[in-house]
Write a protein that binds this ligand. Structure first.
Ligand code: TRP
Ligand code: SF4
Length: 328
């Protein structure tokens, strides 16, 4: 029998998870756990690289993240969920990679240049942040993962991972490391409630676990077609954020569009429909989330077990890598 592909993916605990994270990653992760050997990582070292001024919040967000993962259906019997900083092999392999990654590769990485330019509120010119892609490469190589589900923004990191892995195999005349391929998920892009990119810094997110009252408030504040004054005006769904959501979450977007264009549905009614659809998606997740949030012992046990399984695989692979290097 062919060996099951190994998948690794990770998420940085830098904010509470929103619908963008769900559509862009988690929904897909849940599907993949049935088919592959999946490792899902809470990338807290990666979060610390930018949030070093608030490590306590990173820790809190780690906990919150596992609760949401479990609530959306990641199943500890089907996948391994672990916290990066609990598996010390990540930093060991990171260091090995740091020795073989030329500075130029990191300095030229487009995500690095972009972050230095765009992030205004903190100084990212620290030693660790430059090495961000090397640590990500270590995350992936450590499990000898051959597939990595990521969004388009992460492709430069995948490319660097392959280059570092190739360099390792070449330098130590081995084939012990696996070159990973991305699984590029065609994701439905979801903007924030104000029509801009969904981001916690814009304060325009809808959480995967949003409370009913807050959800209602957020939907009611969404911008619709500004040319529509009366409910029977003919609408333009293509300029309307509510419609962008309805296209994704409604069972029958075609009829929404038709009624909007024909002027047979007012925006208030339309938002009511969106609220119902979102509530149907969120309510069961919210309920499970509360269960995990209120049972920290159970979450500790699940994460502890995930950490243990991850460590076991990581330690065995790291041993192989050091043998290939004739080091240690
Ligand atoms: N850099 C990724 C992001 O910001 C998170 C991440 C860390 C990751 N390690 C990983 C993703 C390994 C895939 C594989 O989204
Ligand atoms: Fe937007 Fe719906 Fe109003 Fe049309 S009816 S403008 S889709 S909110």
């Amino acid at each position: 029998m062919k060996k099951k592909s190994v998948i690794l993916s990770g998420m940085r605990p830098t904010g509470r998870l929103h619908l963008g994270n769900y559509l862009g990653a988690l929904k897909n992760w849940v599907r993949l756990q049935d088919e592959y050997m999946c490792y899902y990582e809470i990338a807290d070292w990666h979060a610390l690289m930018s949030d070093f001024d608030n490590p306590g919040s990173v820790t809190e967000l780690c906990r919150d993240m596992v609760c949401v993962w479990l609530a959306v259906g990641l199943d500890p019997d089907k996948c391994v969920m672990f916290r990066q900083s609990d598996v010390s092999e990540h930093l060991e392999l990171f260091f090995i990679f740091a020795t073989i990654t030329p500075l130029g590769w990191l300095e030229r990485c487009p995500t690095y240049k972009e972050a230095l330019q765009n992030v205004q509120d903190k100084d990212l010119r620290n030693y660790a942040f430059l090495g961000y892609p090397s640590l990500q490469a270590a995350d992936i190589a450590l499990y000898r993962a051959d597939k990595v589900p990521v969004g388009k923004d992460q492709l430069p990191h995948l490319e660097l991972t392959r280059e570092i892995v190739r360099r390792f195999n070449h330098l130590y005349s081995s084939d012990v490391m696996v070159e990973p391929d991305e699984i590029l998920t065609e994701v439905q892009k979801l903007n924030g409630t104000d029509g801009r990119k969904m981001s916690k810094s814009y304060n325009n997110t809808i959480l995967i676990t949003e409370e009913s009252a807050d959800l209602k408030k957020k939907v009611s504040m969404m911008i619709t077609d500004p040319e529509r004054i009366h409910p029977d005006d003919k609408g333009h769904p293509e300029v309307c954020t509510v419609y962008e959501y309805r296209k994704i979450f409604s069972a029958d977007p075609a009829s929404v569009e038709k009624r909007c264009r024909g002027g047979s549905m007012g925006c208030v009614e339309c938002k009511k429909g969106l609220l119902e659809d979102l509530e149907a998606l969120i309510a069961p997740v919210r309920e499970k989330y509360r269960h995990y949030r209120d049972n920290p012992g159970e979450v500790d046990r699940i994460l502890g077990e995930g950490n243990r399984k991850a460590r076991e695989a990581a330690a065995a692979n790291l041993k192989k890598f050091r043998e290939a290097m004739s080091f240690g």
